[in-house]
Design a protein around this ligand. Sequence first.
Ligand code: ATP
Ligand code: MG
Length: 283
Amino acid sequence: MIRIAIQAKGRLNEQSSQLLIDADVEVKNPKRKLLVCAENFPAEILYLRDDDIPKAVAQGIADIGIVGMNEVAEKNADVQVRKDLGFGRCRISLAIPKEHVYTGVSYFEGKKIATSYPNILKKFFDEKGIKAKIIEIAGSVEIAPAAGMADGIFDIVSSGGTLVSNGLKEVESVMTSSAVLITTPGLSNEKEEIVKQLLFRFEAILRSVGQKYVLMNIPNAKIDEVISVLPSLKSPTLLPLAQEGWSSLHTVISEDQLWNMIEKLKSLGAEDILVLSLDKIIP
Ligand code: ATP
Ligand code: MG
């Protein structure tokens, strides 16, 4: 049995829960309790605030955690980062009032910066040889300059909309982050086996993200030409149709190439093109 810590509510909760469901680690009545046993996998799920996940995993209260890399870096917890899960992407940036002229990092010398990430910021300023006053606040960091508490902020940015609506502009991106899978160092062999099983399932799911399964009918005379333009996992699958002179071709195409590829395939004579979603890819 392993214990997996995920965010109880917030930006990472939904995708962390969905990843577990897709991996067939399902819980009944999630969120009614803080600790719930999975139905068909030897795991229990512990719902925590994201700030608490790195420490819980470092101390072995949970064996596995799903949390933003930003929290792992900030807490400097003794955990192993095993897998980038690709969701919850953001960056942590320095921002200043939009009317100020930014002159490079030396701008921050002697300034007061409000943040919920004092350790990451201190490391950045130390590396750059900048002496600034870091003011730690837990939330609503972006109002600190307008409220007269600080000259700038260091906070999470994804679209930048929050900064703009608070009269700020992003001037330095210090780190990028996404959700990662972390484990307690030195897990028992038995637990490590379960972690490996879970990682195998997660990898199969993540590999299929952004990929589509595409089937089409093509005239046999066009097979070589069609295959030469197609991407595929190994090589496309080709099956004869009952109707003579035609074949059915199956392949995997990434979503960002899909429409371009469909136009090409149609111009080469492909018909009855079906695009299906893919759940898992196991090479
Ligand atoms: P908790 O109550 O669990 O402490 P929180 O308020 O600290 O939650 P959320 O806003 O739910 O945190 O964000 C959780 C994580 O989601 C962040 O630490 C970060 O890794 C990631 N994230 C991705 N995009 C954003 C964004 N635009 N703003 C904030 N966090 C983001
Ligand atoms: Mg938090």
